[in-house]
Design a protein around this ligand. Structure first.
Ligand code: AMP
Length: 717
């Protein structure tokens, strides 16, 4: 078996590392550098060039040189912001809205995954040369905010490169892993990672060799490239004013501007002023033109002030998600090349009043962490556990359009959550599982991840069928949803793939909206829940009437029937007219009516029990038959009802109680294990217990077929 390496597949640069002799080492590429530009190109001969070579030819062959492709991986064309489409090569959409990158030189079109695969391939090959062994597997890192489609696409890129992708892990998690190896005693760490194209902030707990990511937040459209673009625009605008030529419109000029801007930016991290010289940047009718200017650090800071401002929000959000305040953070770890920008470091310092830790090389720390993870999987590194979290809630649409979150954001992964749901209509033989991602209360306000149908459910009253829906997120954050009909065992499922995943911009927007509309959403949800509850209560009342009539006869129930039926009608009418107050009133009256009815039923049963007991004693001593001791007014007919109506209390009906009485149609009152939670089961109904419990024999000594557990049935009412 070959080696497993750790790869930081960056937007701008990539790094490969491996565990050697129990320690992580960064592997230099064939050109002798420890970082490899994430650039892929085809030269004039149509030969593939990757890394430094590709980067060098970018000026000459801008259309055949692909950089920053990580911004496109796993995304739809329509999800891209205009900003990210502004590259020197062509980015197209195909008929399915997938991103395609044409390469005119070899007349071929690539998917972003294929381009990323070339980078992975080069890194693996360089590692093979260094190790003198085959590299067959990899742990690849992604920004914490990558959604499922982006993770999946990264994994696919690994596959295309011929690698067995053992894990996809979050970059900040990897960084902390690398960092924690040296300093394990820290409690809470904030990892601040800003590279070429993405920004992540994560809060991790590190204790006793256990890493737990408490929260992650970020902006995958913010990185060093954006700082470069500000300089590019500044230079181009100046040139436009002076020479009347927009250099951004000429590919070669743009490429050179971008390179010069990045160089200036990097220099300004060390010095206060830098020169930018671009001879022969273009030519006009007057002859060749040159660009010559100076950029100071303070000018640069003015140009990029708002970008730095954008770093604040994710920091705040991550801290609030983790439920901590700045003084509770023990360490700040800076990751990514752009974390070297003085203004960025200043921002972090102003936020969290401790000196950011730069002890681990920010360019390599992620790859080192990935190598450690690879080592853990291969058994070379022991005693470290790694937990990760989902960045955004995932749920499904339930009755009334409510988003029932099964995996709240920041749930530790890998994880599996399941819950039981039922039908909303009588004889419904198919349910549609609509999986959504987002924080809003109503499903339609969230991002739709996918839908599938579970068919072949045996016809039954609404609320009776039990459909178990399970959400599985693996260690790579890839989601699988299955739905199983408990009666028939039929199962359907989907793996949520690229088709319609969230763009990070969308995540940001949705988070904003969730906060903005929180109150409105809650009210909407409460309204829908109230209606569902009222409907369920009407169903329940009608069933109770039916059962009590069977047990004690219509005379016993007649007084209650009139009242209960009138209230049921009132609720149904109020529901139709959307009269919320009337619903409340009638619902409360109906609960009272049911309470009274049940109390009477209980007394009746207690009386019956006394007679049972008395009869049993008497029979023991006299040998008389049981029937002889029934009070005449209880009526033998009722006992006949038991005998012939026994089927009513079969398994189906037991489920009927569980689903319709004890739980909303959408299973809202089960706890995360899918069990019932006791406390919540009582809040709808009076705590009075039905005397049905534990009765295994009736007056005829005919065993009832209500074979529910004791445990369950003491809660049914
Ligand atoms: P990474 O993705 O971590 O390799 O980071 C790459 C980004 O960091 C690019 O935008 C680089 O221009 C930027 N970068 C690298 N070194 C520096 C530096 N010394 N000062 C400012 N930015 C830098």
């Amino acid at each position: 078996m070959g080696r497993v390496v750790g790869i930081d597949l960056g937007t701008t640069n990539s790094v490969v590392a491996v565990i050697e002799g129990g320690k992580p080492i960064v592997i230099a590429n064939a050109e002798g550098f420890r970082t490899t530009p994430s650039v892929v190109g085809f030269n004039k001969e149509g030969e593939l060039v990757v890394g430094q070579m590709a980067r060098r030819q970018a000026v000459l062959h801008p259309k055949n040189t692909f950089y920053g492709v990580k911004r496109f991986i796993g995304r739809k064309y329509s999800e891209l912001e205009p900003e990210s489409k502004r590259v020197a090569y062509t980015v197209r959409r195909d008929r399915s809205d997938n991103i395609k990158i044409p390469c005119p030189q070899i007349e071929k079109t690539f998917a972003p995954e294929e381009i990323s695969a070339r980078i992975l391939q080069k890194l693996a090959e360089d590692a093979e040369k260094y190790l003198g062994e085959a590299v067959t597997g990899a742990v690849i890192t992604v920004p914490a905010y990558f959604n499922d489609a982006q993770r999946q696409a990264t994994r696919d890129a690994g596959k295309i490169a011929g690698l067995d992708v053992k894990r996809i892990i979050n970059e900040p998690t990897a960084a902390a892993l690398a960092y924690g190896l040296e300093k394990r005693n820290y409690q809470t760490i904030l990892v601040f990672d800003i590279g070429g194209g993405t920004f992540d902030v994560s809060i991790l707990d590190i204790k006793d060799n256990l890493f737990e990511v408490r929260a992650t937040c970020g902006d995958s459209q913010l990185g060093g490239d954006d700082f470069d673009k500000r300089i590019v625009d500044w230079l181009a605008e100046q040139f436009l004013q002076q020479e009347g030529v927009d250099l951004r419109k000429e590919r070669q000029s743009l490429q050179r501007l971008m390179e010069a801007a990045e160089k200036a930016k990097i220099e300004l991290s060390g010095v206060k002023v830098t020169e930018i010289n671009l001879p022969f940047i273009t030519a006009t009718a007057e002859g060749p033109k040159h660009l010559e200017t100076r950029l100071t650090r303070s000018q640069f800071e003015d140009l990029c002030g708002d970008l730095v401002g954008r770093l604040r929000k994710p920091i705040k959000r991550a801290m609030s998600d983790a439920g901590i305040t700045p003084p509770e953070i023990d360490e700040v770890v800076l990751v990514g090349g752009s974390s070297r920008i003085p203004m960025v470091q200043q921002l972090v310092r102003s936020f969290i009043d401790i000196e950011p830790n730069k002890g681990v090389n920010p360019d390599e720390v992620v790859a080192v962490g990935a190598a450690i993870q690879a080592g853990m999987l291969g058994g070379e590194v022991k005693d470290i556990l790694l937990l990760d979290v989902t960045p955004i809630s995932i749920g499904l649409e339930t009755i009334g359009g409510i988003n029932k979150k099964l995996l709240p954001r920041n749930t530790t992964i890998p994880t599996r959550r399941s819950d039981v749901f039922s039908t909303g209509e009588n004889n419904q033989t198919m349910v549609e599982i609509h999986v959504v991602q987002g924080e809003r209360e109503m499903a339609r306000d969230n991002k739709s991840l996918g839908r599938f149908k579970l068919t072949g459910i045996p016809p039954a009253p609404r609320g009776v069928p039990q459909v178990q829906v399970s959400f599985d997120i693996d260690a790579n954050g890839i989601l699988q949803v299955t739905a199983r009909d408990r009666t028939t065992g039929r199962e359907q499922g989907i793996t949520i793939q690229g088709a319609s995943n969230l763009s990070d911009g969308e995540i940001e927007r949705m988070m904003r909206e969730a906060a903005q509309y929180a109150r409105e959403d809650r009210e909407k949800r409460e309204r829908v829940e109230k209606r569902n509850k009222a409907r369920a209560l009407v169903d329940k009342a009608q069933r109770t009437l039916k059962e009590v009539t069977l047990d004690f006869g219509s005379q016993f129930v007649s007084y209650h029937r009139r009242r209960i039926e009138a209230l049921c009608n009132e609720i149904t009418e109020s529901l139709r007219e959307n009269d919320e107050r009337a619903i409340d009133r009638a619902e409360s009256d109906l609960r009272d009516a049911l309470y009274e009815l049940n109390r009477e039923v209980k007394w009746q049963y207690e009386e019956d029990d006394e007679i049972d007991l008395f009869g049993a004693i008497k029979r023991t001593f006299t040998g008389e038959r049981e029937e002889d001791y029934w009070p005449s007014n209880s009526g033998y007919r009722e006992r006949e009802d038991y005998r012939y109506g026994g089927g009513y209390y079969d398994n189906e009906d037991r489920r009927d109680y569980e689903t319709r009485d004890d739980r909303d149609y959408y299973g809202d009152r089960r706890n995360s294990r899918g069990d019932y939670s006791r406390s919540s089961r009582y809040d709808d109904y009076p705590p009075e217990q039905s005397s049905r419990r534990g009765r295994t024999s009736n007056r005829n000594n005919i065993p009832r077929q209500n074979n529910w557990d004791e445990d369950d049935d003491d809660e049914w009412y």
